[in-house]
Write a protein that binds this ligand. Structure first.
Ligand code: GYE
Length: 343
């Protein structure tokens, strides 16, 4: 999959401001910062003998719902430690209210940069206005937000979820010659990857009249919920018509695989399973034949996050969107890749 795919995203919600405008906005943030928010610290990490203070970054994580998320947290913690960044890390336990509270506490603590992975797309505008008022630059990692004012954040670092959904659909279309009764396990309602992975998938299967989504429900990105929802799908009147599962992440696919086995069917054979993330457990399942395909979504965002944080704190301009590349892995190609997986 090519991150610079020229096909337009389904929803024109991404900012359309030019790079020059983004630059001006980023500079605007720093200017506001100088006026309202005494620069207490140098942008650079602690250099030891020089006595410069470490860069202080507040990060509000979503939670620990999946292997992907845990790897994402580890990458951020490891990279902060390696650079000597003073990381104020909050786990919001899946709650937007907790994330908003954490962001407010970062303002009160006067951190240099605020970063977060928004649990859902909407509802962050008021708190982001408060952050802007305080002159602190904001980095979105992994997921985007819907805001009317693009200057409320400096950059987004993460994947193209629409493209991931398309890639999953294209693999399934090829594997089934365009004929499938699909059960979809959606991510957290209102979350960017749930909305966009669904949109990309539905757009791509629309070209195949014999591919239908016959059941669709949220499994909240967790293994337990994925299993529970798949059980209910299999027991529903439509259950016998399910020939494929599309899960918005590997954890839900792994839960669904358990449910398929418990129902006496063979996952990967009787019911094909395709998902997104590319965590180690998914590669294990592909090696065993129970998972057919995963679309990689890289959670190791720590290095890019702190590159951006250091640049912003130093008043430099950065790209408005930093999109991570992705690859598609299928059963056959996965065994060789398993030893290389870092998450
Ligand atoms: O796919 C899922 C996680 O936002 C890309 O969130 C992330 C998703 C990821 O819980 O496993």
């Amino acid at each position: 999959m090519n991150p610079s795919d020229p096909r337009p995203a389904l929803r024109p919600r991404r900012s359309s401001i030019s790079r020059r405008a983004a630059l001006a906005l980023a500079l605007g943030l720093s200017v506001v910062g100088c006026g309202k928010h005494e620069p207490k610290k140098s942008a650079a990490p602690d250099s030891g003998a020089g006595g410069r203070q470490a860069l202080r970054v507040g990060f509000a994580q979503i939670g620990a719902e999946s292997d992907w998320r845990r790897a994402n947290t580890q990458s951020i913690r490891d990279e902060a430690a390696a650079r000597g960044v003073d990381l104020v890390f909050v786990d919001a336990q899946g709650s937007q209210a907790n994330q908003i509270r954490a962001i407010r506490s970062f303002i009160a603590q006067g951190v240099d940069v605020i970063a977060f992975a928004p649990v859902v797309e909407t509802g962050f505008e008021p708190v982001l206005r408060e952050v802007k008022e305080a002159g602190i630059p904001v980095i979105l990692t992994d997921r985007e937000v819907e805001v009317s004012d693009p200057s409320l954040y400096a950059t987004f670092i993460g994947a193209d979820f629409v493209a991931e959904g398309r890639a999953a659909a294209e693999w399934l279309a090829g594997a089934t010659s365009g004929q499938a009764g699909i059960a979809q396990l959606e991510g957290t309602p209102g979350a960017a990857p749930a909305i966009d992975r669904r949109a990309g998938f539905e757009e791509a299967i629309a070209a195949h009249p014999a591919m239908h989504i016959i059941k669709s429900q949220s499994g909240e990105f967790t293994r337990a919920k994925g299993r529970e929802v798949m059980e209910s799908f299999l027991n529903s009147p439509e259950g016998p018509r399910i020939t494929a599962v599309y899960a918005h992440n590997d954890d839900m696919a792994l839960g669904a695989i358990q449910a398929i086995e418990a129902a006496g069917k063979k996952p990967g054979v009787d019911i094909l399973v395709v998902s997104i993330d590319g965590v180690k457990a998914a590669f294990q399942a592909m090696t065993e034949g129970s998972l057919n395909c995963t679309v990689e979504c890289n959670p190791l965002l720590g290095p890019a996050l702190f590159d951006a944080a250091e640049a912003l704190a130093a008043g430099k301009t950065i790209e408005r969107r930093i999109v991570t590349p992705a690859r598609v892995f299928t059963g056959a190609s996965s065994a060789a890749e398993l030893p290389n997986r870092r998450y």
